[in-house]
Ligand binder design. Sequence first.
Ligand code: ATR
Length: 279
Amino acid sequence: MNSAPPGAITPATRLIALLGDPVSHSLSPRFQNAAFRAAGVDGVYLALRCSGADVPGLLRGIARAGGGGNVTVPHKAVAAESVELRTSAVERTGACNTFWLEDGKVCGDNTDVAGVRAAIRALIGDPAGARVLLVGAGGAARGAVAALLDDDVASIHLLNRTPARARDLVEAFPEGSALGIVTGVAELRGERFDLVINATSVGLHPGDPLPFEFDTVGGVGAALDLVYAPGETRWVREARAAGIPAADGIEMLLHQGAAAFERWWSRPAPLEVMRAALS
Ligand code: ATR
């Protein structure tokens, strides 16, 4: 009998699919397929552009057929509703970005929480006791709040263009006594923050304004942009020019992908291979 060459697609190959719309910009197929090859696991990672209405069927069908996957915008909330077992990260954020089958049940995690936690640690070390300014109140911000609360930060000042969404976010974290809403930057004059996080989508496009001006506050220890863009975001470049250590969303992307790899394959992810595939 012929044995298949390494990397060949075989009848045993598992489909790991990214469900989203759009998916054409995604870097996940690139770094996940590199990781699968390096780890010698029999899987192929494909991006499937699909409607929200098709997510429950696709997600359950792929998982029950032995596969798994990721979910990206705008389908993370419907995915959270579609899985049968949810991690606490999914419960707390209302979002699921990773699914797989375990003991016959379709399981969902939100590895964006592990991803942002790792990105924060890579930038400032253990954030316990830190004062954090979080800009944005959408899905990415919810993941950041879950990670920051897990790590016992001293405070999270939440600043968002639409105050009602900031209030919705605070209500979703009843355990978050460290969480408070800021109604405008004027309130922050003279304040010092150990970390400012951009969790808005501002910076995705080349002509975007800055999501936050560093000189509107008294001092910033570090800046983490959850957005990534080719050649880094303008906000990250501005931070560095002002002498503020900064990182963009690539670090978070990498770590959420590593955590997802571990859910599908039950083994450690080849992090450096994944990092190299992103550079
Ligand atoms: P994600 O899942 O990436 O967080 P989202 O849930 O749509 O996406 O949230 C986008 C975030 O970016 C929100 O905080 C949004 O602010 P609003 O709640 O006011 O909409 C923020 N955002 C998007 N465009 C913005 C802009 N031009 N200026 C300021 N904030 C913006």
